[in-house]
Design a protein around this ligand. Structure first.
Ligand SMILES: [Zn+2]
Length: 257
């Protein structure tokens, strides 16, 4: 399927959908907004690829009262039930494994409840980081579908942030071998299903990145940092000055907010 067609579905990113189709992810799930009705086209696409698509209402999540509508996809109905149950009961390790996270990262996720990058991961990993583990651009876990829909394609192109990832979990470190294996498999899946996106992802993930909330610079392989005096300059600036400079529109660095 072409990326622009996939975009119209919006229920799952190509990584999630094809990750399930090709067996890399046992389950994928996405929280829907209350009035959101997934397009019929998406259901058809699932049938064509022998993927089971179900929407579940969860009254409880992580042992707290909830009123959540969650879309699940899997090749096995039973795994959808297991994922729903794990999330209701707050079994983070189980849900992480069902979503395909490597064992070490599932363990890390369940202990740290790490939804975003933490200083700890950046500091304990040797630079430059493996570019395949650059998960900073994954907006999927931070925006609901309505918010994603509200982003016009130009904005998305400008911030280069729509489904730009190979791993959508927080790795236990930027050296995690299991996550690298996962990313390599995802890359091959995308090269087959969405070659244009695969190429774009590789190009973006290899760039250095200024991470605003912690004022940290994440440097990935092939970032060519030495040729970027700007990066050095930013790292010595105060946060407000650095943001000012970035807002003036610098094409060389990509900003994650
Ligand atoms: Zn790991």
């Amino acid at each position: 399927m072409q990326l622009h067609k996939m975009r119209n579905h919006w229920v799952f990113s190509p990584q999630e959908f094809f990750g399930v189709v090709h067996g890399l992810k046992p389950v994928s799930r996405n929280i829907l907004s209350n009035n959101e009705i997934p397009p019929a086209k998406f259901e058809k696409e699932c049938k064509k690829n022998s993927v089971i698509f179900e929407i579940k209402e969860l009254k409880e999540m992580y042992n707290q009262k909830a009123n959540a509508k969650i879309a699940y996809i899997s090749k096995e109905k039973e795994l959808i039930e297991k994922a729903k149950e794990a999330e209701e009961k707050g079994n983070r390790k189980k849900i992480a494994k069902l979503l395909g996270y490597p064992e070490c990262c599932a363990e890390f996720f369940s202990k740290e409840h790490a939804f975003g990058v933490t200083k700890k991961i950046l500091e304990k990993s040797q630079k430059p980081f493996n570019w395949q583990l650059n998960f900073f651009y994954n907006l999927d876990s931070r925006l609901n579908n309505i918010e994603l829909n509200a982003l016009d394609w130009q904005t998305v192109e400008r911030i280069n942030s729509y489904c730009i990832y190979l791993i959508n979990h927080v790795p236990c470190s930027f050296e995690c071998k299991k996550s690298q294996e996962y990313a390599e498999k995802m890359k091959k899946i995308l090269q087959k299903e969405e070659p244009r996106l695969a190429k774009k992802i590789e190009e973006i993930l290899k760039k250095p990145l200024f991470y605003q909330s912690e004022l940290l610079i994440a440097v990935f392989e092939e970032s060519n940092v030495k040729k970027s005096p700007l990066l050095e300059e930013l790292s010595t600036m105060k946060k407000s000055e650095a943001i000012n400079k970035l807002e003036k529109g610098i094409g060389e660095l990509l900003l994650f907010e």
